[in-house]
Ligand binder design. Sequence first.
Ligand code: SF4
Length: 289
Amino acid sequence: MTRNALRIELARVYGFCPGVRRAVEMIEEHLAREGRVATLGAIVHNARVVETLAGKGATVARSLEEVEAPAVAITAHGAGREVYAEIERRGLKLVDTTCPIVKRAQEVAQDLAQEGYTVLIYGEETHPEVRGILSWTGGKGYATMSAADLPQFKGGKLGIVSQTTKDQKAFWEFVRAVIARLHREIKDLRVVDTTCPETGRRYRAALELAERVQAIFVVGSRNSANTRKLAETCQRTGVPTYFIEDARELRPEWVRGLSRVGVTAGASTPDELVEEVVARLRELGGENG
Ligand code: SF4
């Protein structure tokens, strides 16, 4: 039986972003060195990673009340200053995996608030990262995704920052819309671009990949917002896109008759899941191209 010549191409950038990779490594190092740790929320939105870390002694707690381990980890999304105070009050050891890019956004927001600016965050106010940044403003900030929704600004000094994972272009469009709306009330404006380049890099690499392949496999958890958006980006190109959690979901008929397929993964997907998908594609006749 002749095997079809199926070329497999990986996106130029895919999988764990540096912030998530660093967070997972910090937890692994802590587990190896000191043992049990509870993470405040999942360290990353991926069941495989959570299960692997659970096997080594990491539990997931929804709040500090649930923490039984002697140590607690703040995730890459960061946390508000009241969380740090409560960890100290409870005498827990802290493993702070806050991504340095998120930490910078928190520090910028804190500085702006201390200098008398009302801090406007372009982002979703219920998102854990945004809740954390808001906390660092000490009640002098608010978050919104729409420049039409700015009721809390009464005039004076305005500082604008972004949720790190928001699109940079969309952030600057938001800034322009805010200025158009509030230019009479704003006495002093400071804008700090706190967007993270990582998310955009994955989207751009997926779009480049889509130009060269006949089908794309997007690997990651369905509960991962960034992976869902990556899959939507691929789908919009018109190239058949399959959003799969792991290699077991890959169906042979999806690659039958194809000569070139692409693989990418969201920022929360570990390398091993991508490697397993590539291995499964090889079984189906593929070779890395
Ligand atoms: S997406 Fe960017 S800001 Fe978020 S964890 Fe990754 S590197 Fe950090």
